[in-house]
Design a protein around this ligand. Structure first.
Ligand SMILES: Cc1cc2nc3c(=O)[nH]c(=O)nc-3n(C[C@H](O)[C@H](O)[C@H](O)COP(=O)(O)O)c2cc1C
Length: 325
């Protein structure tokens, strides 16, 4: 067969795929990208809907939404949090279900998975100071971790009711769930730390709880294959962690890499130039604590590792090789 005779149906990429009970029209997956403009006002916008419409028209078989935290403001300010009866109302984004409707209209076969995180300012599994922001997070109490599990399960059930085809935990890139999985950031001694199995316990528990409500609704996870941080997830300890994640009964794993800490490493150490998300400077203004200011000792416009941190750099996410300028 010559190159000219190749057709779409000759490529496995364009053949149907399967994630648990979910059939995908092809194997093109649009990875999550954060939509900060809807998080502040907690309302869906026409601009964001237009982006998803275009992605669906572009032919992605599976579209994963930007990450939305399931933890309501104020909840983790108490050591023994009480889950409010209107929990979902407190984290709800008005009109979020319009994403499903929009994608379905633009490309009826495309599947829509909602990404969820448990990010919350100033807290972490352990009080390891961030070399990036210089802040020392408050370690979560066991009761607070249990409250996060309940929030995750509640929002998974809500996403099912809204018509999504599945959910994905955002447990990569140094967000709260990622910090539970990583031996670098999780030094806990309770049931949520200390061993690989315990570090994955928050995920296992959230899936267990959610399954009681949502049955075989697809639950995916995005996690780091390597944190690119000394003492973190790496290719040696990944297999053991992956086995624990598999035990948690998730339907699919998306592997990514890197944490904010990577920005302080050199290109030589990482093997590629460290870059933040290209919009991070804009996003920091829009979103506040999610994108912390760089450490003071850095020269303006340059990463400590010598990488440029200016806008328009064209990089992707943390610890992802930036395309050559
Ligand atoms: C603007 C922007 C926003 C992003 N938002 C998210 C997000 O909300 N959740 C997430 O898991 N990844 C997010 N990412 C990361 C990408 O989904 C993806 O992981 C990254 O481009 C690296 O690809 P890789 O994971 O295949 O290495 C974002 C990336 C960019 C550039």
């Amino acid at each position: 067969m010559t190159e000219g005779e190749m057709r779409r149906d000759h490529y496995k990429l364009f053949s149907e795929g399967q994630i648990g009970p979910l059939t995908l029209p092809n194997r093109l997956v649009r990875s999550a990208t954060w939509d900060p403009s809807i998080l502040g006002p907690r309302r869906m916008s026409e601009d964001v809907l237009a982006v998803y419409r275009r992605v669906a028209e572009g032919g992605s078989g599976l579209i994963i939404t930007g990450d939305v935290s399931v933890v309501p403001p104020g909840l983790l300010d108490q050591d023994e949090p009480v889950i409010p009866p209107d929990l979902y109302e407190q984290v709800r984004i008005e009109g979020y279900d319009r994403l499903v409707e929009t994608v379905c209209r633009a490309a009826p076969g495309a599947r829509m998975v909602a990404q969820i995180s448990a990010d919350y300012p100033g807290v972490a599994p352990s009080d390891i100071p961030s070399p990036w922001s210089h802040e020392r997070p408050r370690p979560l109490t066991t009761a607070q971790v249990r409250a996060i599990v309940l929030c995750l399960a509640e929002v998974i059930a809500a996403r099912q009711a809204e018509g999504f085809d599945g959910v994905q935990f955002h447990a990569a890139h140094g967000g709260l769930l990622s910090r539970f999985l990583s031996p670098y950031s999780n030094r806990r001694q309770d049931e949520y730390g200390g061993t690989t199995r315990n570090r994955a316990h928050i995920i296992r528990e959230a899936v267990d709880r959610a399954r009681q409500r949502v049955g075989d609704f697809p639950i995916l996870i995005k996690m780091n294959g390597t944190d690119y941080v000394e003492g973190g997830i790496d290719l040696d300890n990944l297999p053991e962690l992956a086995r624990e994640i598999q035990r948690a009964d998730v339907d699919a794993v998306e592997i990514s890499g890197g944490m904010w800490e990577c920005l302080l490493q050199s290109k030589q150490t990482l093997g590629f130039r460290p870059v933040p998300a290209p919009e991070s400077h804009t996003l920091r203004r829009a979103a506040g604590p999610r994108y912390p200011d760089p450490p003071r000792r850095r020269q303006p416009g340059r990463g400590a590792a010598g990488g440029h941190l200016g806008r328009g750099q064209g990089g992707f996410h943390l610890a992802v090789p930036a395309p050559d300028p």
